[in-house]
Design a protein around this ligand. Structure first.
Ligand code: AMP
Ligand code: MG
Length: 323
């Protein structure tokens, strides 16, 4: 059953994975309106999302119990791409103790006083945890590239600011992610790929509905002037930084329901590849547990069963199921 579900998820996300070393032209290669032909929103949508969320919850519990691997999910998108909603829906079933979301905004004075990866390194997940970067170190080759005045604010020495700065950042990011991966932290990256027309529609919705007004600023609309520059920066970023150890997935984002299914599927698939297992206690520890069990059973009051849990579960025929 789990294998079949895993296979279905793998099939769904395969076309979204950016092949390491491939040359990407985002506008040409990835359609923001794509949805898998075999899926129907009303019929399959809720079921598949539920499956993805259930798998995530199950695997996250194991990841936490095993406490050996961590997962970093990087979410990138232009404004109104659906990052917040994706996190809300996809993570709705997991134990909040095991997930940490970090939002990255315009860097503070303190952050600008450090190397460009510093603020991201401080938010990395611990072993057993899933860290979600809502915007990530990739802003350093996106907004910073499209608006080079951001680079000026970074106080870099002259020799670190030359023309090759972007190629160098790609290499440094790849190296950093490889280091994380080698040390047990799996990195997976999602670009929510939105069309310009769908962004216009979502901006208008944010203006039309008073309860959405807070989500909109006129600066968001002005940023549309640089749409093509962003598409180019995305294409180069995808070409240079999708690696075997930290792949990019381009998620078609014009249909929110489909984007959420894909995001859940990618994260679930990443966890399945790690395949974390509940720790099994040693024979000696098991014997110690049984000694304590006997002592606790001896403490039973007169009318109580020796082991109320075992007694209750024996009655319902569920004994041993939660062992
Ligand atoms: P939001 O996520 O909509 O709250 O906006 C956060 C803003 O911070 C976006 O406009 C990003 O482009 C901007 N931002 C994020 N990271 C950086 C960075 N490293 N340098 C400059 N601006 C950034
Ligand atoms: Mg914004």
């Amino acid at each position: 059953m789990a294998d079949k579900r895993a296979q279905r998820l793998a099939e769904l996300i395969k076309p979204l994975r950016v092949k390491p070393g491939s040359e990407v032209n985002l506008a040409k290669d990835y359609d923001p309106g794509y949805k898998a032909d075999f899926l129907n929103k009303k019929k399959d949508g809720p079921d598949l999302l539920r499956t993805g969320i259930a798998l995530l919850a199950d695997y996250q519990a194991r990841l936490a119990a095993q406490d050996t691997y961590g997962v970093l999910v990087c979410l990138q998108a232009l404004d109104a791409g659906g990052k917040d909603g994706t996190i809300r829906h996809v993570m709705s079933g997991v134990n909040p103790q095991g997930v940490h979301v970090s939002n990255f905004k315009v860097p503070s004075a303190e952050e600008l006083d450090h190397d460009f990866l510093w603020r991201y390194a401080r938010r990395l997940p611990a072993r057993g945890d899933i860290g979600i970067f809502n915007r990530s170190h990739y802003e350093e080759v996106l907004v910073v590239r499209v608006h080079p005045e951001n680079l000026d604010r970074q106080k870099l020495p002259k020799e670190a600011k030359g023309k090759d700065v972007w190629a160098r950042r790609y290499r440094e990011i790849n190296d950093w992610e490889r280091y994380l991966s080698d040390n047990g932290f799996k990195v997976v990256k999602l670009l929510l790929n939105l069309s310009k027309e769908e962004q216009r529609t979502r901006f208008l919705k944010r203006i039309d509905l008073p309860e959405k007004n807070w989500k909109f600023s006129s600066a968001d609309a002005r940023e549309r002037q640089w749409w093509d520059d962003y598409q180019r920066a995305f294409s180069e970023m995808l070409s240079a930084t999708s690696t075997d150890w930290a792949p990019w997935y381009v998620i078609p984002a014009d249909r929110k329901w489909f984007a959420r299914i894909c995001a859940a599927a990618v994260i679930a698939h990443t966890l399945m590849e790690i395949d974390p297992k509940y720790p099994v206690v040693s024979e000696q520890a098991r014997q110690e547990l049984l000694t304590v069990k006997a002592e606790l059973e001896d403490e039973a009051p007169k009318d109580a069963p020796a082991d109320p849990y075992a007694a209750a579960h024996a009655k319902t025929g569920k004994a041993g199921m939660e062992a």
